[in-house]
Design a protein around this ligand. Structure first.
Ligand code: LLP
Length: 419
């Protein structure tokens, strides 16, 4: 459920009519709903009521905006980060360092040092090599790094190949067949407080079965490690729960996910960590755009909008579907190709899509753009970065300024020897 609904013929974000935001801030613009973020946070938390000890760490990569992180921090969420930049954002948003988990296959020494110095709660180590490097850095500081070993359970998550992470040939984690040996080797190191395991098999999962299989394999590994005398006190189950991108699409609910987790992890006697991203932020945001013009095609017309693949990359990158709706829909419908202004054919949001009839100047939204939207933007075609707005009831605020091509050029230099 979200708070982007038509009232008196006009789409609102909570109580704010979207044309008011377009007027004040311009388009394209990402619009987030605080009430929707809070609702999703509450639903996810309540779905895990049966889990006695837990930390829900929002996957910052899904939406790193400081205001969004502040809203979720206030809900008791921690942060799952994958770079020093994301860590700095989480800290700046007021999330306590102990609630920050650092994942990622390519953490650099500089990033590991920054995270040690910030006193984050947990490192999810993705290789033996990384563990050795981190332990040495911790020793230099006279501390021990709290860590979990990320395991690759070799499970096919059944999602898009580019966002699947738990198959044996994916780059993530250590192979489950080697996990016991690597855990034992790393646990011996000075500077290393290896206290648990982590897993994440992929994103936009439409089926709970692969997750259940992965968690089951982790459970077996926990037993084996404990029998060898290792203390396993923390287990990170990652993120991955999918969201409906199309009206009417059915996906496993947080409640079903929570019930499955409670069932598989009963008796684990460990603090569980969750890293949801999309399920919290996805449907809490839309990309508001204006139709530049409608161009007749050989078959279907092209609805050319002022948003493009640099603003919302998912359709071009993964062939992803985002519902496209008029802000002031009439009764007429049309079949159209929805495209952006960028000079490549990949800049296509939808082909042969039935949608509200639209004319030049009309406003429309791409739904479910609150996760992996603004954060994946680029400045391709020197289009700059779009603004972001957070709505709260009948008020709204710009939570990220539009960065235009001029500001980006300001960071560039022409060396004098080119004169
Ligand atoms: N934890 C780890 C270690 C992850 O790699 C990810 C996502 C998450 C948590 C959060 O997953 P979520 O709950 O959001 O599914 N750009 C792609 C998605 C990439 C996801 C990468 N990892 C997209 O637009 O669909």
């Amino acid at each position: 459920m979200d708070h982007f609904v038509i009232k008196d013929g006009i789409m609102h974000a909570e109580d704010v009519p979207l044309p008011a935001i377009a007027e004040a801030v311009g388009t394209p613009v990402y619009v987030y709903s605080r009430a929707t973020l809070e609702r999703h946070a509450r639903v996810f938390r309540e779905a895990l009521d049966a889990v006695p000890e837990k930390l829900i760490a929002f996957a910052v990569k899904a939406n790193p905006n400081l205001a969004v992180l502040r809203v979720l921090g206030a809900q008791g969420f921690g942060a799952d980060v994958v770079s020093a930049g994301e860590m700095r954002r989480a800290l700046k948003a007021g999330i306590e360092p102990e609630k920050i988990v650092f994942s990622g296959v390519g953490k650099t020494a500089v990033e590991l040092e920054a995270a040690l110095d910030s006193g984050i709660g947990q490192f999810n180590i993705e290789s033996e090599e990384e563990g050795i490097e981190l332990a040495a850095l911790a020793v230099q500081r006279g501390i021990a790094a709290s860590c979990a070993l990320r395991v690759n359970p070799d499970v096919d998550a059944g999602t898009h190949d580019k966002i699947s992470t738990g198959k044996a040939d994916n780059k993530f984690g250590v192979p489950i067949s080697e996990a016991e040996r690597i855990f034992t080797a790393l646990a011996k190191l000075e500077g290393m407080n290896l206290r648990g395991l982590a897993v994440h098999i992929g994103s936009q999962l439409a089926d709970l079965a692969p997750l259940e299989r992965a968690f089951g394999r982790l459970g077996t590994l926990i037993d084996t490690l404990r029998k060898q005398g290792h203390a396993i006190t923390h287990v990170d189950l990652g993120g991955g729960l999918g969201v409906p991108y199309r009206k009417g699409e059915e996906l496993p609910s947080p409640a079903e996910y929570g019930a499955m987790v409670a069932h598989v992890t009963r008796g684990w006697d460990a603090k569980l960590i969750f890293e949801p991203g999309r399920v919290i932020a996805g449907n809490a945001g839309v990309l508001l755009t204006r139709v530049v013009r409608v161009k007749r095609g050989i078959s279907d017309p092209f609805v050319i909008v002022d948003a493009a693949m640099n603003d919302l990359a998912r359709p071009a990158l993964y062939g992803a579907w985002h519902d496209f709706e008029a802000v002031e829909p009439g009764t007429e419908r049309m079949i159209a190709n929805i495209v952006g202004p960028i000079c490549e054919t990949g800049d296509t949001f939808a082909t042969g899509r039935e949608c509200d009839a639209l004319e030049a100047g009309a406003l429309a939204v791409f739904r479910t753009a609150g996760a992996y939207g603004a954060t994946m933007a680029s400045s391709y075609n020197s289009r700059g970065f779009v603004a972001e707005v957070l709505v709260d009831g009948d008020r709204f605020a710009v939570v990220a300024d539009r960065i235009d091509a001029g500001a980006i050029m300001d960071a560039e230099r022409v060396p004098e020897w080119l004169d």
